[in-house]
Write a protein that binds this ligand. Structure first.
Ligand code: FA5
Length: 350
């Protein structure tokens, strides 16, 4: 039996030493030292031995098991180290390779224009106010001297919002998507004390769509309330703005116009940069592109907000940001600004 034990020891040593992976090594352990393994089978036969033989052989059997378990542990550590090293070798990072440069984003042209417009006006002492896009009929129309039956409501048809209230036929929800930034004039006049100098940028909505009209576009509103303000102040302010924004190559003009909330009212136009004022599709043959409306705040607006007039008076203006961007960057179709095509937007790197 002793000879069998020595033979098993040699076989097991060989199996352990020649195992090339942790799995194969484990199989060898099970085969020789496991509950059903060769060594356990051999020990079961010890019962047949004389007490003296059992003592000697049992002692050797224990020694052999200790030897094999020790050898197994050493080999297992070695194989695990080797496997880890080869995994690390496979994942090795070459720190000398050039890095992957993250793509730099750019400001959206509409946001760039909005920021630039507000910055120019801030140099003249205007500060920024914002208002809600979902607006009440009162601020968007009524308070601006546009009663429900006023014809100018047709020019600013918008998207009305159902507030779920049951109404008589012909009565509508007072909620709508604002058609201009002018409601912020009313909100500011109602909540702030004069003198006032504010600009208000933001999105507006109309049922409008062609080469130079978008259903969702952006405006920058301006309002100045003070004492003894004149049309000359308005013209000087917008002239300063236009020169700062476009530079000297684009001309501007003020053209008499009508808005119910100003009197007198005017339209601010810029000369068309596409055709150099000769007339093209973009400017509809006129040589001029309309940028916005302006005028002296109407006495009826002062009445609506209960601000003392003519102690206080002032001017207001509202410019289309999208049109400004079209003129500034020579964009052929206003819709390109909101299509989110990265090939187009990527061209606006500073
Ligand atoms: C107004 O919206 C007035 N609230 C402006 C105003 C403010 C007048 C204060 C007087 C005092 P108007 O509808 O003209 O006015 O729009 C102003 C500008 O917005 C236009 O000149 C144009 O540049 C731009 N705009 C108007 N409709 C669209 C549209 N559908 N798509 C893109 N830009 C537009």
């Amino acid at each position: 039996m002793l000879a069998k034990i020595e033979e098993l020891l040699e076989q097991a040593k060989l199996a352990i030493d020649s195992a090339t992976s942790v799995e194969v090594l484990y199989e060898a352990k099970v085969k020789f030292l496991g509950k059903q393994g060769s060594f356990s089978h051999l020990l079961k036969e010890m019962g047949k031995l004389t007490p003296d033989d059992r003592k000697t052989i049992g002692k050797r059997a224990n020694e052999v098991r200790d030897i094999l378990e020790g050898k197994y542990a050493v080999r297992e550590n070695l194989l695990k180290d080797q496997e880890l090293n080869s995994q690390l070798e496979a994942q090795k990072i070459d720190v000398t390779l050039p890095g992957v440069a993250p793509e730099r984003g750019v400001l959206h042209p509409l946001w760039r224009v909005t920021k630039e417009m507000c910055e120019i006006f801030s140099r003249l002492g205007f500060s920024v106010r914002t208002g809600p896009h979902i607006e009440k009929d009162f601020y968007n129309f009524d308070a601006l001297n546009i009663p429900p039956d006023h014809a100018s409501r047709d020019l600013q048809d918008t998207f009305y919002i159902n507030d779920g209230v049951d109404r008589k036929p012909g009565d509508f929800s007072p909620w709508l998507l604002r058609t201009h930034t002018s409601p912020v004039q009313i909100r500011s006049m109602l909540t702030e004390k004069p003198p006032l100098r504010i600009v208000s940028p933001g999105g507006v909505y109309r049922s409008d769509s062609d080469m130079s009209h978008a259903p969702h576009f952006h405006q920058v509103e301006g309002l100045l309330i003070d004492q003894d303000v004149s049309m000359a102040d308005l013209k000087g302010t917008l002239g300063f703005f236009a020169r700062e924004f476009f530079g000297s190559e684009v001309e501007v003009r003020l053209r008499p116009s009508y808005f119910p909330f100003v009197e007198p009212g005017a339209e601010l136009d810029a000369s068309c940069p596409f055709c150099k004022s000769k007339g093209c599709g973009m400017c509809k043959g006129s040589g001029w592109i309309e940028l916005g409306g302006c005028g002296m705040v109407h006495p009826l607006v002062f009445k609506q907000v209960e601000m003392e007039y003519p102690k206080w008076n002032g001017f207001a203006f509202g410019m289309g940001v999208d049109r400004m961007a079209v003129v500034k960057y020579g964009v052929s179709h206003i819709g390109l600004l909101t299509e989110n095509d990265l090939r187009f937007l990527g061209q606006f790197r500073p």
